[in-house]
Ligand binder design. Structure first.
Ligand SMILES: Nc1nc2c(c(=O)[nH]1)N[C@H]1C(S)=C(S)[C@@H](COP(=O)(O)OP(=O)(O)OC[C@H]3O[C@@H](n4cnc5c(N)ncnc54)[C@H](O)[C@@H]3O)O[C@H]1N2
Ligand code: MOO
Length: 630
């Protein structure tokens, strides 16, 4: 074994399966058929009896002999006396002397019998023995994962006990001195054990039986004891964290002591420090600690291994192709798993890469899938068509893409759209939003851009950038922009002039708030060099508010609601117009009508105004239309 080598993922999987030889998760147990949902059959099943197991009536009506009805027609009604018929309900046994059923609505009841005006054919409205399932038919083969109708059919055809594969037992061993049980409130430096539940629930989704062991501190003997115990009780053992090069990473030492490590380090990112070993015949795997690294190793390696050892077909991720909105670079040494958001604009998928950090659970939570960049590839350019493997098969028609400046009103709007629709938003600032509308990469964008010449908001930008594409500007809110300062305003900051010599947290170029700050600074003839932190950029109101809150900045330009959310003081400076810039296509779709109607409701307006610093009297008003030119 080479310590922390860099084995390509496919080579590792093949090699490790070879190491595991004939080992399989194939213990079998017998269970009642009614407990069989989602269980995997370990036997072939043949029908014990036919369904139906007797000739039965398919309708409510009268059993007759077809022969007796032959002559009946409209002009020649036939009367059948009580002895020649028998009433039956749907599903009832057909008596041997009869061979046909006439529906109740096709007969006229008479005293002592019925009258019919049409002949019945033999076997009409009768379900013969075995119509559905015939005794001795092969129903299912080994490996069938039982579904609700399967279980119903098994019961109907006489199988009550079934042999299924035992659920593979998977041990999950969280380790690390900083890791505490998930129920405890963490102090600084402590991390609640969230990964174990990630693993346990993935294992459950795969039909396995996870057991989470107590958190084990970074200690060789303690870890060895838990691994031994878990090894006795389980089919697969997962040890979490302690896989990288740090001196307290005991996982590989313990595996090597009890068995052997075959691979340490795989050429994927995130997830590279994973460990693959074997104790006795059982696989023992060390999974990296960062949640996304852990998720990638589970999805890409453990899942394949698990289904192989279970003898089941691997559930594959659905793939779609879409246009990349931003470039993604990749490390040549690794196969990279970039989490992406997917939107569907005019029948085309657009793919936006999310942040890359291996610790960012939110990138899996908010993401729709993986963009997998092969080893030895430098990545992709913006505009390239790329393939995405979806985490879940979704209906993208019900997802509205909103790329632009962020506002809390959009979050509230999202709560009104749910559950029919969801809002997939990316925060790239107002100018970024305008460009996304122009390039057809979003349905709409939130924008608030001041025209320093006219003092007017948004319209001049739409005229300038969207004169060919066309777009509709719909008003969302008037909101108060100002300075967020520490509680009690200890530095007595009351105007833009007071920022001189102070530390600020600034918004990124192209953000409406940044344009406004520059405008106000220009008016006061203040140079960027006179304000510390002018060049430190953040992407949201809350991010800059957080900087003030934690005293890394004295002030930040932003909206009242963000100051309030962070319990900061607020110095109001300017009322701006925050509008939605909508593509003509989306504007004319029924989906946008729903948005527009929501913006105009009292309830929505009031809820946003309650955040403070908002006026929604005119939300939903169409303020400017730039016609589409062909
Ligand atoms: N000097 C080096 N440092 C690191 C390297 C390296 O090559 N050299 N690799 C980095 C990479 S890449 C990864 S991935 C991580 C893997 O780290 P470990 O598997 O050793 O895990 P830890 O260091 O113990 O933890 C990392 C991170 O994950 C959190 N964690 C751990 N267990 C849990 C849990 N059960 N629930 C939630 N979160 C958990 C842990 O607190 C850490 O924040 O190493 C890099 N470092
Ligand atoms: O492998 Mo680490 O998992 O890149 O972040």
């Amino acid at each position: 074994m080479v310590y922390l080598n860099n084995t390509p993922v496919d080579e590792l999987l093949q090699g490790f399966l070879k190491v595991l030889g004939d080992y399989r998760f194939n213990s079998v147990e017998t269970i009642s058929v009614i407990d069989g949902l989602d269980r995997t059959l370990a036997e072939n099943i043949f029908a014990k009896r036919s369904v139906p197991h007797y000739h039965s009536s398919a309708m409510d009506g009268y059993q007759v002999r077809a022969e007796d009805t032959k002559m009946a027609n409209v002009d020649n009604p036939i009367f059948l006396s009580q002895e020649k018929i028998k009433y039956c309900d749907t599903g009832e046994l057909i008596e041997p002397q009869f061979d046909s059923v006439i529906k109740i609505e096709d007969v006229h009841k008479r005293d002592n019998g019925i009258e019919i005006i049409g002949g019945a054919t033999k076997w009409q409205n009768i379900r013969p023995i075995g119509e559905d399932i015939t005794a001795h038919d092969l129903l299912f083969t080994v490996g069938r994962k039982l579904q609700p109708m399967d279980i119903a059919a098994l019961i109907a055809s006489g199988t009550y006990q079934i042999k299924v594969f035992k659920k593979p037992k998977v041990a999950i061993i969280p380790t690390g001195d900083e890791i505490i049980p998930w129920q405890k409130e963490p102090k600084e430096g402590e991390i609640p054990d969230s990964n174990s539940q990630l693993f346990a629930n993935m294992i459950k989704q795969w039909g396995g039986e996870p057991t989470v062991y107590p958190v084990t501190p970074d200690n060789f003997d303690l870890l060895e004891r838990v691994v031994k115990e878990a090894w006795e009780e389980n089919d697969l053992i997962l040890v979490n964290a302690g896989s990288s090069a740090g001196s307290e990473d005991y996982t590989s030492k313990v595996i090597n002591h009890l068995g052997k490590v075959y691979y340490h380090g795989v050429a994927i990112k995130p997830g590279k420090p994973a460990i693959f070993g074997k104790i006795g015949e059982k696989p023992v795997i060390g999974i990296p600690g960062y949640p996304v690294s852990a998720y990638v190793v589970m999805e890409e390696i453990i899942k394949k291994l698990y289904f192989y050892l279970k003898g089941e077909k691997l559930p594959k991720r659905k793939k779609i192709e879409g246009k990349l909105t931003k470039p993604v670079n990749s490390d040549l040494k690794f196969q990279e798993y970039v989490r992406v958001k997917v939107g569907k604009i005019k029948e085309q998928y657009v793919v936006t890469p999310l942040a890359r950090g291996a610790a960012l659970m939110s990138t899996v939570m908010d993401g729709d899938g993986f963009l997998i960049i092969p080893q030895n590839s430098e990545g992709y350019r913006a505009g390239e068509v790329v393939q995405v493997e979806l985490f879940e098969d979704k209906d993208f028609d019900d997802i509205f893409v909103c790329i632009g400046s962020h506002d809390l009103a959009l979050d509230i709007l999202a709560t009104y759209l749910a559950p029919q629709f969801s809002l997939s938003s990316a925060h790239v600032g107002s100018l970024g939003g305008i460009m996304a509308v122009k390039k057809g990469e979003t349905h709409f964008a939130g924008i608030h851009l001041l025209d320093p010449q006219t003092g007017e908001y948004n319209i001049s930008y739409v005229k300038k950038y969207l004169k060919d594409t066309g777009a509709i500007l719909v008003h969302l809110a008037k909101r108060t922009q100002g300075l967020m300062v520490a509680k009690g305003n200890p530095l007595n900051i009351n105007s833009i002039r007071d920022l001189k010599g102070k530390r600020i947290a600034n918004r990124q170029k192209g953000a409406g708030t940044r344009v406004l700050l520059d405008y106000l600074m220009e008016k006061e003839k203040i140079k960027p060099g006179e304000i510390e932190g002018y060049n430190r950029e953040y992407f949201t109101h809350l991010a800059v508010a957080q900087e003030v809150k934690s005293n890394r900045a004295d002030a930040a330009m932003g909206i009242y609601a963000a100051a309030k959310a962070m319990d900061l003081d607020f110095v109001p400076l300017y009322e701006e117009s925050y509008d939605l810039l909508v593509t003509p296509d989306f504007f004319n779709s029924p989906n946008f009508k729903f948005v527009l109607e929501t913006l105009r409701t009292k309830r929505f307006r009031r809820e946003v105004e309650e955040l403070g610093g908002y006026n929604l009297n005119k939300s939903g008003e169409i303020i400017f239309v730039e016609e589409e030119k062909n």
